[in-house]
Write a new protein. Structure first.
Length: 366
């Protein structure tokens, strides 16, 4: 199958979650024998990429189809796709190409921030939940799971990372990802301030608009038993070494601070949590219906009420002070993720959706 994949604002490869998602979906579809042309952001270097995109200001998002149609129609027409797969941030570009070429279009969306044109005219809609999809379009929804690069995540370099972050042998609680208010990283700083358990390093990997505020909060922490370390951005190829060095990994989301999640709930598959678990790291994250649908609390992950700093600290301490519990939770999480949440499994799910709209397309064996 020839697949046109539209993610014009996403650099591929890159260090943030969107780049990770698009890069691995692109590769997984190719590994299944499909020809994939990915329209991505300028500067992208991944093979098979058409690097024409840019990150348009949100006020101009309605202009996305017109902006790219003229620039990319030639190479897209020569590629002659069988189906178009539009990331929601392409904002209707999939429909524009589909009408120009007479091929079906599938929309992938994380929330309602997709073009009304895409919702209305897409042949199928791919999402991890239909709770935020307008009711009149739910018959087109096909639910899938996101994945992680279970083969590519390598623990190489873990010893050096541990020596760098915790030279005195402290436990390491690790966060990776963007710094946005709704990621709840300030809860980890508050844990450090109140910590009374074994010596602890809270390592924060990544960057983002909320980092400066988090850094100011961390400077005020005066606790001889805990400290906060800012690692900065790390290439995704190296992230496995940081995960493997951690005693416990944390995803302290605060959904009430996200404009969509506050209304419709947090219904995304949490890729950072899946990555933590893929390498067998015992993981702590928030107790919401989505996490309970994906994982067995207490067996594969430990949960706590969002923004409850005391409960978060208690779960971290439980894992750090009980190595047998940490090992059991880590192993169970890894078994689950490797079986169900790989990018290869996600590519199979997408393939089945594409086969619904591409007449005569045969199924493929794994």
């Amino acid at each position: 199958m020839r697949i046109l994949y539209l993610a014009p604002n996403i650099p591929v490869p890159g260090t943030h979650g969107g780049s990770t998602h698009v890069t691995h979906v692109h590769r997984a579809l190719q590994r299944r024998g499909h020809e994939v042309l990915l329209l991505a952001r300028r500067g992208s270097t991944e093979p098979g990429v058409l690097p024409l995109g840019t990150d348009l200001f949100p006020v101009y998002k309605h202009l996305v189809p017109a902006y790219y149609l003229a620039r990319a129609l030639g190479p897209v027409r020569r590629f002659a796709p069988d189906v178009i797969y539009e990331r929601y941030s392409a904002f209707g570009l999939g429909i524009a190409f589909g009408r120009a070429l007479g091929v079906p279009s599938v929309l992938m969306t994380l929330d309602r921030d997709a073009s009304p044109i895409s919702f209305h005219f897409s042949d199928r809609i791919v999402a991890t939940s239909d709770a935020f999809i307008p009711a009149r379009y739910r018959d087109k929804v096909r639910l899938v799971h996101w994945g992680v690069d279970v083969e590519g995540l390598s623990p190489a370099g873990a010893a050096a990372v541990r020596q760098q972050l915790a030279p005195s042998g402290e436990a390491i609680a690790l966060y990776t990802g963007s710094f946005h208010r709704w990621h709840g990283v300030d809860a980890l700083v508050e844990v450090a301030r109140l910590w009374e358990g074994p010596p602890l390093v809270i390592a924060l990997v990544g960057d983002g608009p909320d980092r400066a505020r988090i850094a100011r909060l961390a400077q005020a922490v005066q606790n001889p038993r805990a400290r906060v370390v800012f690692v900065g951005r790390v290439p995704h190829a190296d992230i496995g070494g940081y995960l493997a060095a951690a005693s416990v990994c944390v995803a302290p989301y605060a959904p009430r601070l996200h404009p969509i999640f506050r209304v419709h709930g947090m219904n995304r598959d949490p890729i950072k949590v899946l990555e933590y678990m893929a390498l067998g790291r015992p993981t702590v994250t928030i107790d919401i219906p989505r996490m309970r649908a994906l994982f067995q609390p207490g067996e594969q992950v430990l949960l706590y009420p969002a923004e409850d700093v005391a409960a978060l600290g208690a779960q971290l301490r439980a894992l750090i002070e009980d190595p047998a519990l940490a090992r059991r939770v880590g192993e169970a999480g890894a078994t689950l993720v490797h079986a169900r949440y790989s990018w290869a499994h996600h590519a199979e799910e997408l393939e089945r959706v594409f086969q619904e709209v591409v007449p005569g397309e045969p199924s493929r064996s794994p």
